[in-house]
Ligand binder design. Structure first.
Ligand SMILES: [Zn+2]
Length: 235
């Protein structure tokens, strides 16, 4: 399957299924965080990790004539959640995710904003905390929730099985993995989550990372210098 190397315009239609899922990636904030807009055949949509630039995200939703139903969050870092509270307030839609252990990062949003030079950010709590094994529905689309700690303790991944597509936040990148030097980060946990939860989903699964280009689990198993199969534990 061809992999899009572009960070935008990665729209996809699944002709094989009666239900259609499409998505586009909208990099936001000075950190070029990949906010994903996903929608079904009826235009029912969700934003995954709206890190900032609410107006721009809403313009994209309007241009595509979509109805935003939910905000999904992978973890509590500001560049992934910066526009979530504002969008919830303006559109009266729920925020689902991440896992409950992320509250300490959400509580630190004002300090994160200062540290990274972002506009002031308010503390918020999601409408629904997610756990490993949960599922999230958006219109006719269903996402499986995988708890993948390590970069942050309550980080989750959203996996859409029919599309074989995963939104992995800052767990895994093309050619790299998430930082684990933040408070409550854990390198061993991160490697275990990738190997034990992501790899079993299949080599052909494509993923949208929190930053940078898309890839597949198969390519990363082969080439990733941090967590590829050639990088055996303890070597
Ligand atoms: Zn992060």
């Amino acid at each position: 399957m061809e992999i899009s190397s572009k960070a935008s315009g990665a729209d996809m239609v699944l002709g094989r299924y009666t239900e259609k899922m499409e998505f586009t990636i909208i990099p936001v904030t000075p950190y070029q965080q990949n906010c994903s807009l996903v929608w079904d055949e009826a235009g029912r949509a969700a934003l995954i990790d709206p890190g900032g630039e609410a107006e721009r995200l809403l313009a994209e939703v309007a241009t595509r004539k979509l109805t935003l139903e939910k905000i999904l969050l992978t973890h509590g870092h500001l560049d992934h959640v910066g526009a979530a509270a504002e969008l919830r307030e303006r559109l009266h839609i729920p925020i689902e995710g991440p896992e409950r252990a992320e509250q300490f990062w959400l509580d630190a949003l004002p300090q994160q904003a200062q540290m990274f030079g972002f506009p002031p950010a308010q503390i918020f709590t999601p409408d629904r905390w997610l756990q490993d094994g949960d599922s999230v529905s958006v219109g006719s689309m269903r996402f499986e929730v995988l708890h993948c700690p390590g970069h942050t303790p309550g980080h989750v991944v959203f996996f859409q099985p029919e599309a074989k597509l995963a939104f992995v936040g800052d767990v895994l990148f093309k050619g790299s993995i998430g930082r684990t030097d933040f408070p409550r980060g854990n390198h061993a946990d991160l490697l275990a989550a990738i190997r034990e939860k992501l790899w079993p989903l299949g080599d052909d699964v494509r993923f949208v990372p929190g930053h940078g280009a898309m890839s597949t689990f198969g390519i990363e198993r082969r080439d990733n210098p941090f967590v590829g199969d050639g990088v055996a534990a303890g070597v």
